[in-house]
Ligand binder design. Structure first.
Ligand code: SF4
Length: 373
């Protein structure tokens, strides 16, 4: 089964617009990009969410529609990471919520109470909040991105958010802004002048696991082709191998992708590469059982970690990381900047060769790696 290289040709099947934002210029811009799609103005979002939540597959049904509204609370938050493991001092911007791709392991299937794919149009509030936030972190160097509760670029041909975000962060010296994606939706990025503090990142996996667990997302080849184009445009690129899967032949399969990755993007233009192994909270297993009953994730031998999430037993995680890091350094060199998502200090020490004292150390390491080695 070949994965499709496409820009969500069937999305959205329907658009719902919050009456409060109906007349906003930004809403009109979005609606122009989906003008052939049926559109309904909504006064009461609770009724709409309840209707979708009662469907047999709320997550799957919610992925077919676009909900245009405004964010009421904070856009900017520290990444919650997970208790008892080391965080990486990342900050998240919740501008879009949810994602039209359908990865088996996606935590958003449970995490978001609203199943609709949501885009917020009150960007003036976002800019104000960001101004205050950046004012408050003076003296630090932080990383921030839009790709935690959404795919940063999957809807970009509809919203155009990437261009506004790049314009906002351009030249801000104490911030790395990251757009993280599995999409090939890069036309807006290619229209922008590159800037060293803007990083466009792709989540990767082995071809086999991408085919089995990342439904509707573009193939690994297509993602690498997009990364190569964005790199040639002059942007720095990030990569995320998360979740890594432990299975027979994993080392060779990840090695092949890593080799191709460095053929597409030279090490000197890679800002960072993160690694994380398969993990999920117990409640997600029930969702996977319902939505993906044939998934191999249901038969993995996993044990509860210190945070209660199921993970591979420590020796298997170590082996998974050792082999992957070996391939990364074999093709990318020793200087390539690697970090873990949700692992402990000992894993950092044994695999990366550096023991952070805490997450503040990691913040510095990811901002000024040459000073920390
Ligand atoms: S691309 Fe990311 S956000 Fe979208 S379904 Fe997959 S894991 Fe979830």
């Amino acid at each position: 089964m070949a994965q499709k290289k496409r820009l969500l040709k069937n999305f959205p099947e329907k658009v719902f617009v919050d009456r409060k934002v109906w007349k906003k210029e930004r809403t009109r811009r979005i609606l122009k990009n989906v003008e052939d799609v049926p559109c309904v103005i909504i006064d009461n979002v609770e009724t709409l969410i309840n209707k979708y939540s009662r469907k047999p597959d709320p997550v799957g049904e919610g992925k077919k529609v676009l909900w245009i509204t405004e964010q009421k609370g904070d856009f900017v938050k520290p990444c919650p990471c997970t208790p008892a493991y080391l965080g990486c001092c990342y900050y998240i911007i919740n501008l879009d919520l949810n994602c039209p791709f359908d990865c088996t392991y996606c935590i958003l299937q449970h995490y978001l109470t609203n199943p609709l794919i949501t885009t917020n149009v009150n960007l003036n509030d976002l800019w104000k909040q960001l101004d205050e936030f950046l004012d408050g972190i003076k003296g630090r160097f932080i990383r921030i991105g839009t790709g935690e509760l959404a795919d940063s670029l999957a809807l970009d041909h509809i919203t155009g958010n990437s261009r506004d975000l790049i314009a906002y962060f351009r030249g801000k010296k104490n911030v790395h802004f990251e757009l993280k994606t599995k999409s090939v939706n890069i036309d807006n990025i290619l229209m922008e002048e590159p800037e060293e503090n803007i990083v466009v990142s792709w989540s990767l996996n082995s071809e086999e696991m991408a085919l089995k667990t990342e439904a509707d997302a573009p193939s690994i080849d297509a993602r690498l082709e997009a990364a190569a184009k964005v790199c040639r445009r002059g942007f720095r690129i990030g990569f995320h191998f998360d979740p890594l899967f432990y299975y027979s032949g994993f080392a060779g399969n990840y090695d092949r992708v890593i080799k191709r990755m460095f053929q597409a993007v030279p090490p000197s233009r890679i800002a960072w590469i993160s690694l994380g192994s398969l993990r999920f909270p117990p409640f997600l297993k029930r969702i996977i059982q319902n939505r993906f009953p044939k998934s191999r994730m249901l038969i993995e031998e996993l044990v509860p970690g210190k945070d209660g999430k199921y993970r591979y037993f420590m020796p298997l995680r170590k082996k998974l990381y050792e082999k992957t890091v070996h391939s990364l350094r074999k093709y990318g060199g020793e200087k390539i900047l690697l970090y873990f998502c949700m692992e402990g200090r000992n894993m950092w020490n044994e695999i990366i060769g550096w023991k952070p004292r805490g997450k503040e150390d990691i913040e510095k390491y990811l901002s000024f790696p040459q000073e920390m080695s």
